[in-house]
Design a protein around this ligand. Structure first.
Ligand code: PEP
Ligand code: MN
Length: 350
């Protein structure tokens, strides 16, 4: 990572460092921040001669040589001061709540509009709505591009930024063209490196936020953070890490709840952690406890499936979605816990 003395390099300076690192098989990826731009060296940056040549340039302040497979997402990275803004919320300053339907029913847009208004009223900051759905059963409803219009209309009606999952490049383009604010990478695609790359490339010049779910089969945390690095390496570090339960399941729950990895993630990365209790436990009645546990573990946000009439919902909603009154109570409790919960001296490294 190259840190210049000025807030950003001139075109000539950028061309010079690009040429130097190019000679060592690397490329430069500018990461544009609100105040200053830093320049990631993408590739194997351990070559001493390359570093020495860069350090010799009078406009370079220093080179950060983080030895990490996820050097941008690493807590020691210069991006640690990066703040992600979503609607009215700056991550880390307030508990972020994403809520809405698992799946939008294209035959019943009114339900989605009512859900959108209700989750806003309950205190959510971002509206989620499944347009395209990854379904285990190939004969189950797979989602419908028409639902994208419904999602954007719900955005216009409420003013809430919206979140939708994309599973391929065509959906990615449609979602970005429509103006979706947050792209969700689902658990099934969290290790789909071609898709992660395509998303990284597509959001590079935008302020889009990516909610990266943890895969059902992800083992070491480094695997999760490296998946995030794939996206960040194209220049947009607005990535939220989303534990959502893993395999094997814990009896009675849909997955094995994993909100407890939050402090472990926070030791390694600066990226905010937004826990999805709905897919972890898979039952509306268990969702509040799991959500509160996540906040107690230090989560920066929650992603919760909610529906005005879960029994009339499709996808996961009949089982998992909480009603707006439960959501409102849960958000109120989660906020209290959030204010109570300050990092302890041990966690803060004091
Ligand atoms: C969802 O958010 O509705 C979903 C399918 O999530 P996951 O990828 O975590 O299963
Ligand atoms: Mn779902």
């Amino acid at each position: 990572m190259i840190l210049p003395k000025s807030n950003r390099l001139s075109a000539d300076q950028l061309a010079e460092i690009t040429q130097i690192v190019g000679g060592f098989g690397c490329r430069i990826q500018p990461i544009v921040g609100a105040v200053r731009t830093i320049y990631a060296i993408v590739g194997d940056e351990r070559d001493d001669l390359m570093i020495t040549r860069l350090e010799g340039l009078n406009y370079i302040d220093r080179i950060d040589k983080i030895q990490s497979p996820f050097k941008l997402m690493d807590k020691r990275s210069d991006l640690a001061s990066h703040r992600i803004q979503l609607g009215s919320v700056t991550l880390g300053e307030e508990l972020l709540v994403i809520a809405g339907q698992c799946t939008i029913d294209p035959k019943n847009p009114t339900l989605m509009y009512e859900t959108a208004a209700a989750v806003k009223e309950a205190g959510a900051h971002v509206l989620r709505g499944g347009v395209w759905k990854p379904r285990t059963n190939p004969y189950a409803f797979q989602g419908d591009a028409k639902s994208l219009d419904i999602l954007m209309e719900a955005h216009r009606r409420t003013g809430l930024p919206v979140d939708a999952e994309v599973m391929d490049e065509q959906q990615l383009k449609l979602a970005l063209d429509a103006g979706v604010h947050m792209l969700q990478v689902g658990a099934r695609n969290a290790l789909n490196y071609s898709l992660l790359r395509a998303i990284g490339r597509a959001v590079a010049e935008r302020d889009t936020v990516v909610l990266l779910k943890r895969s059902l089969h992800m083992g070491p945390l480094n695997e999760f953070l490296s998946a995030a690095e794939y996206i960040a390496s194209f220049g947009n570090p607005n990535i939220l890490l989303c534990p959502r339960g893993t395999s094997p399941t814990l009896d009675g729950y849909r997955n094995h709840p994993d909100e407890s990895i939050t402090p472990l993630l926070k030791e390694k990365t600066w990226a905010p952690v937004v826990v999805d209790p709905s897919h972890s436990v898979g039952r509306a009645s268990y969702v509040p406890a799991c959500a509160l546990a996540a906040v107690a573990y230090g989560a920066d946000g929650l992603c919760i499936e909610a529906h005005v009439k879960p029994t009339q919902g499709i996808g996961d909603d009949p089982k998992q979605a909480v009603t707006p009154d439960v959501l409102a109570e849960l958000i109120a409790q989660a906020r209290q816990l959030w204010t109570l919960r300050r990092p302890t001296k041990v966690e803060a490294g004091a």
